[in-house]
Write a protein that binds this ligand. Structure first.
Ligand code: M6R
Length: 615
């Protein structure tokens, strides 16, 4: 979704902003723009398309100045075009603003402003906000600073926002604020950076402040960083050290971030477990939930809330927690849960799963459950993200930055953390035998190595991809804990290759989807050696009887499926509960290769955003 980058200091703002916007491209967008303050003028450039289109449109025009704001827009109010692109300027053209989020009461505000003589040039909610700021700044009974005017304007606004405002007449200052959309301040030597996440500033500073919801910041080159709440209370900035490394944000020789991230999984899974598991001592400990361990152990039920891939991880979590900790689990789409008036009790524990930690629906679900007294556990990848801060406790997945829009290493890291959590709670509850517990720890520790050998199947997965790259439809089937793997496989294929794909519990096929099967239809089946193996074999027979093409992910050494399937992909053997961590890898590779062969934009698929900060 929208990305913000702003700079004030002694360097050329344009260069820093453009580089930063390119780094935020992974968030998904359809237009871009910058406003640069130079010698009391404000140069504004906006263009539909990519940041590269903006740069070539600007060409040799004036890009001087050491203060500026930049934006990549993911259209909500009005189509992607030059006029709707940010920044938006006030009527008197003194102020410009970039915004991420949605101003829900914008049409009421717009009507009032039109009555007061304001004229608008775009369809956006954002333009309304900068006009409101101007109106308050100009027509207030007492003389207001821009900081005050922004603060008062925001108190009239309903919705979500991260904003940065620039003033043509003040090269010393930027004003920023956030509510439900992320914004990070970077503090350099005589300079400040602002961005939707820390990636645009990582090579300039390690000192960052994550603005809290309802905070407004003044970044002034003379007086420094001042933070207040929208209600006008002074806050002391909490400066944190950034752990992110620049290399993690680059492709490192891979053609795409997605491929790099798929290949990083042996390391990222290892990092998710680092310091949390020791099989030789029979130990699993997640420090971030220790203080709430009793609460989770005694929970009457667990409610997982998430969206997309993270929701699939939640489904895997359901099997893990019910099996190992014997706690009833409900897995909810955050977007449905938040609007359903759900029954939530103080004995409930809500586990929110999110790579970005900024997904608007998941965040809203947390707030709702919190109000009703539930305990909130966050499982996030991005350190300092909104969900991690809204949760009572939680565990980071430590997968490192995930830039490809299609989630890969974040999913396996989420499943790893859920496994550790289920083991920790199960042990404390006494619902898992010591023998099983110890065996699972040993198996879990060997997963990175097994992922490594699964990745070696890439060549044969690529050959299979070549055979099915022109399919119009695909089915993914799995049972038990591998049913979510089927859903995730189907999601990966559709989101990056635009092939229609559906995931089903294998036995459900005969209740409808079987009608789709003909000799053109590839059916990807997880048929590893587990309790449902024989049943899945029968499901494969049903597909073959209707001339469908079966590509099965099987346990190394399998014979039975090999005889009936068109192709098999043999993954290493492991405990049934850990199979998702391996079985998902061939599907990630398959989607990747098919998308490349179909010449799709792998890392930034059409219409999608990495971090969905609007509902
Ligand atoms: O950042 P989150 O994990 O909360 O994001 C949730 C979904 O938007 C995300 O998993 C999405 O489905 C992925 N692009 C799928 O690959």
């Amino acid at each position: 979704m929208c990305g913000i980058v702003a700079y004030i200091g002694h360097q050329k703002a344009f260069d820093i902003i453009i580089k930063g916007l390119k780094r935020l491209e992974y968030r998904g967008y359809d237009s871009a723009g910058v406003a640069l303050q130079n010698n009391s003028s404000l140069n504004l450039y906006k263009k539909k398309g990519k940041v590269a289109d903006l740069v070539s449109f600007i060409g040799k025009k004036d890009t001087n100045g050491s203060v500026g704001i930049g934006h990549t827009r993911w259209a909500t109010h009005g189509p992607p075009n030059d006029a709707n692109a940010h920044p938006h300027v006030s009527g008197h053209k003194k102020f410009a603003l970039v915004h991420n989020g949605i101003i829900e009461n914008y049409s009421v505000l717009k009507k009032e402003l039109i009555q007061r003589g304001h004229q608008f040039n775009s369809d956006t909610d954002t333009e309304v906000l900068i006009h409101l700021i101007e109106e308050i700044h100009t027509n207030s009974k007492r003389k207001l600073t821009l900081f005050e005017a922004v603060r008062i304007a925001l108190s009239e606004v309903i919705g979500a926002y991260a904003i940065v405002v620039i003033n043509k007449e003040n090269p010393n200052e930027l004003i920023a604020a956030r509510k439900s959309s992320p914004l990070v301040v970077g503090i350099g030597d005589g300079e400040f950076f602002l961005a939707s996440d820390a990636t645009p500033m990582v090579e300039f500073t390690k000192n960052v402040v994550y603005l809290e919801d309802g905070e407004i910041a003044q970044l002034n080159l003379d007086s420094g960083l001042k933070i207040k709440t929208i209600e006008n209370q002074e806050k002391t900035p909490y400066i944190q050290e950034l752990e992110m490394q620049l290399e993690a944000l680059e492709k490192g020789g891979y053609d795409h971030f997605m491929l790099k991230e798929i290949y990083e999984q042996p390391q990222s899974i290892h990092d998710s477990m680092r310091g949390r598991i020791r099989s030789s001592k029979g130990l699993v400990s997640l420090g971030g939930i220790k203080d709430y361990e009793e609460k989770i152990v005694n929970a009457k039920r667990l409610i997982f809330v998430a969206c997309g891939t993270s929701w699939h991880a939640g489904l895997v979590g359901e099997y893990l927690f019910e099996e190992l900790a014997r706690i009833p689990v409900e897995v909810e789409y955050a977007s449905e849960f938040r609007y359903r008036n759900p029954v939530i009790n103080e004995d409930d524990v809500l586990i929110a799963i999110s790579q970005s930690g900024e997904t608007a629906d998941t965040l809203a679900a947390i707030k709702l459950a919190k109000e009703k007294g539930a305990t909130i556990v966050g499982i996030c990848n991005v350190v300092g993200s909104s969900i991690s801060r809204e949760s009572h406790c939680g565990s980071y997945t430590h997968a490192g930055p995930e830039i490809g829009v299609a989630s890969t290493k974040a999913f396996t890291a989420q499943v790893t953390v859920l496994t550790l959590m289920a083991l920790m709670i199960g042990k404390k509850k006494g619902t898992i035998s010591t023998q099983r517990f110890n065996r699972l720890l040993v198996d879990l520790e060997s997963i990175p190595e097994k992922v490594e050998s699964t990745l070696k199947l890439d060549k044969s997965v690529k050959e299979i991809s070549n055979i099915y790259k022109d399919s119009s439809n695909a089915l993914y089937l799995g049972r038990g804990i591998n049913f979510p793997v089927a859903l995730e496989g189907a999601l990966k294929l559709k989101e990056i290759s635009y092939i229609h794909a559906e995931g089903y519990p294998a036995a459900e096929m005969k209740h409808g989807p079987i009608a789709l099967i003909d000799e053109e239809m590839p059916v990807f089946v997880i048929a590893t050696k587990d309790a449902s193996y024989e049943k899945v074999v029968s499901n494969i027979q049903e597909v073959k009887a209707r001339k469908g093409k079966v590509i099965a992910v099987v346990t190394k050494g399998d014979r039975e499926v090999k005889e009936i399937a068109d192709y098999v992909i043999e993954i290493p053997s492991t405990d049934d509960l850990l199979v998702p961590l391996l079985a998902t890898i061939p599907f990630q590779l398959l989607s990747y290769h098919i998308a490349v062969m179909r010449e799709c934009n792998v890392d930034q698929p059409r219409n999608l955003a990495k971090s969905v900060t609007v509902e």
